[in-house]
Ligand binder design. Structure first.
Ligand code: HEC
Ligand code: HEC
Ligand code: HEC
Ligand code: HEC
Length: 156
C-alpha cells in the first residue's frame, strides 16, 4: 500500500496554510515594523508627540530660581517639587493652576509618626504634641507652614 497520495495532500494543505498565514500577516503587521528593530517604528514618533507630564526639579529652576535655591540647600532637597506641587502637565500653558498643597495632611503624609517608618525620617506624633514639645502655641500655629518654610524646612 502506498502513502503517496496522502503525503501529497498533506503537503498541499500545509503549503496552503503557510500561504494564508503569509497573506494575513502582510495585512496585520504595521508598515513600520522592523524599521529599527523587532517593534513598530512609528511608535517612537508617537511617544515623542505626547504631552510632557513630569519634569525634574531642575526644570522649575528657570522660572522659580528663589524657591529652587532654598530647596537645594534644605532638608527637602530629596523631595522633588512635583511631590508637593503636582505634576508639570497641569502647570504647562496654564501657569495659574499650579498651587501648593498647604494643608497639614500634605506634610503628615511623610512626617506622621508611624511604627514602621524609619527613624531617619523625622516624625511628629500630632500637631498638639509637637507644639507642646517646641513650647509654641497660638493662632498662628495651626498649620505646619506657619512655622516651617516648606522649601528650606527651617522654622521661623
Ligand atoms: C516657563 C516658566 C515656568 C516654569 C518652567 C515653571 N513655572 Fe511655576 N509659575 C510660572 C508663572 C509665570 C507662575 C504664575 C505666577 C503668578 O500667578 O503670580 C507660576 C506659578 C507657580 C506656582 C504658584 C505660585 C503662587 O504664588 O501661588 C507654583 C507653586 C509653581 N509655579 C511651581 C512650579 C513648579 C513645581 C515647576 C516645575 C515643575 C514650575 N513651577 C515650573 C512659571 C513657570
Ligand atoms: C515639601 C513640599 C514642597 C516642596 C518639595 C516644594 N514646595 Fe514649593 N511650596 C510648598 C508649600 C507648602 C508652599 C506654600 C507656602 C506658603 O504659602 O506659605 C510652596 C510655595 C511655592 C511657591 C509660591 C511662592 C512661595 O515661595 O511661597 C513656588 C513658586 C514654589 N513653591 C515652587 C517650588 C519649586 C520650584 C520647588 C522645587 C525646587 C518646590 N516649590 C518644592 C511646598 C513645597
Ligand atoms: C515626600 C515626603 C515629604 C513630604 C511630603 C514632606 N517632607 Fe519634610 N522631609 C522629608 C525628608 C525625606 C526629610 C529629610 C529627612 C529628615 O530630616 O527627616 C524632611 C525633612 C523635614 C524637616 C527637617 C527635619 C529635621 O530633622 O531638621 C522638616 C522641619 C520638615 N521636613 C517639615 C515638613 C513640612 C512642614 C512639610 C509640609 C509642607 C513636609 N516636611 C513635607 C520628606 C517629606
Ligand atoms: C508653632 C510653630 C510650629 C508649627 C506649627 C510646626 N512646627 Fe515643626 N518645629 C517647630 C520648631 C521650633 C522646631 C525645632 C527647630 C527646627 O527644627 O527648625 C520644629 C521641628 C520640626 C521637625 C524636626 C524634628 C523635631 O521634632 O525637631 C519636624 C519633622 C517638624 N517640625 C514637622 C512639623 C510638621 C509636620 C508640622 C505640622 C503638622 C509642624 N512641624 C508644625 C515649630 C513648629
Amino acid at each position: 500500500m502506498s502513502y503517496r497520495s496522502h503525503t501529497i495532500r498533506l503537503v498541499m494543505i500545509i503549503g496552503a496554510l503557510v500561504a494564508v498565514f503569509a497573506l494575513v500577516r502582510s495585512f496585520l503587521i504595521p508598515e513600520s515594523f522592523g524599521t529599527y528593530g523587532h517593534y513598530r517604528g512609528a511608535n517612537l514618533a508617537e511617544q515623542m508627540e505626547m504631552p510632557l507630564v513630569h519634569m525634574e526639579s531642575a526644570f522649575c529652576m528657570d522660572c522659580h530660581q528663589e524657591q529652587h535655591t532654598d530647596w537645594r540647600s534644605g532638608n527637602h532637597r530629596t523631595v522633588n517639587c512635583e511631590v508637593c506641587h503636582g505634576h508639570w502637565e497641569i502647570h504647562n500653558g496654564n501657569l495659574k493652576t499650579m498651587t501648593a498643597v498647604k494643608g497639614n495632611d500634605a506634610c503628615l503624609l511623610c512626617h506622621q509618626a508611624l511604627t514602621g517608618r524609619p527613624a531617619s525620617l523625622s516624625q511628629v506624633k500630632s500637631l498638639a504634641l509637637h507644639l507642646a514639645e517646641k513650647e509654641k502655641s497660638g493662632t498662628d500655629a495651626q498649620t505646619c507652614v506657619e512655622c516651617h518654610d516648606p522649601h528650606t524646612t527651617l522654622s521661623e
